[in-house]
Design a protein around this ligand. Structure first.
Ligand SMILES: Cc1ncc(C[n+]2csc(CCOP(=O)(O)OP(=O)(O)O)c2C)c(N)n1
Ligand code: SF4
Length: 279
């Protein structure tokens, strides 16, 4: 029993992990992203029951099941739609939306742009491995045009999608790039994203060691962004367009007012809902 003299136990990263064991391939970057999320939540001392983790489908989208927070593992490409709805209905919750580049930029690309535009106060964490991992290695929107594999011999020849710049153009109010190989730095960026009011987008370079084993070399390429974050979206976009793709840190922190729901009268009971929809 706690009394005035008893210290309150601090939450640790372990308090945010569920008993479900991840089934990712050994060495997958998503392990450390899970660890970074739990460290970030612990650093903010957010009670697990006040946090919801929402995802679509993919290896990376398994994250909600591995946390002890509320979770929703939904439909491929619809994570942001579900997460946005949840945050608007329950603004008291901290909402994290998680997933992969296929889930978020391909089938979910439309939701991505409009989530940036709406600027609802949630944090979107994309584990970008430039491939569809779960469905065995198809090219994704962020796959390099010359990536040669048996499903796209000679490469797709299609220009890669640039999620960070598109997020800026669409109105995201916080844009950061992280590297899964550094869970402490990633945790710090996620914590900053959670604290930032508005739509915070954190792109995490998270190697798929099975279908893109060459991504193990990312650890030799990543480096801290050489300049401080800017609140000027045009300047941030110019920097991101011309960087080498491995700048890590907060790249843009703006100050747009987050979307505030004006729900009007809501029905709080089944009877109330039935009355509202009565013809
Ligand atoms: C509507 C629908 N279309 C396609 C699929 C098949 N599918 C499942 S996961 C996935 C891609 C996953 O790739 P990504 O989001 O990049 O995540 P990763 O597995 O690489 O973490 C696809 C195409 C599906 N489950 N539902
Ligand atoms: S297939 Fe790739 S993304 Fe999926 S668990 Fe294995 S390493 Fe991770």
């Amino acid at each position: 029993m706690n009394d005035a003299a008893s210290p309150v136990a601090l939450l640790t990263a372990a308090n945010y992990k569920s008993a479900t064991k991840p089934i990712w391939c050994p060495g997958c970057g998503d392990f450390t992203v899970l660890s970074a999320i739990t460290k970030a939540l612990a650093s903010l001392q957010l009670p697990p029951h006040e946090v919801a983790v929402v995802s679509g489908i993919g290896c990376s989208s398994r994250i909600p099941a591995y946390t002890a927070c509320y979770g929703f593992h939904g439909v491929h490409g619809r994570a942001l739609a579900a997460g946005t709805g949840l945050k608007v209905a329950r603004p008291d919750l901290t909402v994290l939306v998680t997933g992969g580049d296929g889930d978020g930029y391909s089938i979910g690309g439309n939701h991505f742009m409009h989530a940036c535009r709406r600027n609802v106060d949630l944090t979107y964490i994309v584990m970008d491995n430039h491939v569809y991992g779960m469905t065995k290695g198809q090219a994704s929107p962020t796959t390099e045009p010359d990536w040669d594999n048996k499903l796209s011999p000679g490469g797709t020849g299609i220009r890669s999608f640039h999620p960070l710049v598109i997020a800026l153009a669409a109105g995201a109010s916080f844009v950061a790039r992280a590297f899964a190989g550094d869970p402490n730095a990633t945790a710090n960026l996620i914590a900053q994203g959670i604290r930032h009011p508005g739509f915070a987008f954190i792109e995490v370079l998270s190697p798929c060691v099975t279908f893109r084993p060459e991504q193990r070399e990312w650890k030799q390429h990543v480096h801290a962004a050489p300049v401080a974050p800017t609140d000027d979206a045009a300047r941030a976009a110019r920097r991101i367009m011309t960087d080498d793709g491995f700048n890590i840190g907060v790249l843009y922190a703006g100050n747009r007012t987050p979307y505030a729901a004006h729900c009007g009268n809501t029905a709080h009971s089944v009877a109330g809902l039935e009355a509202e929809f009565e013809l």
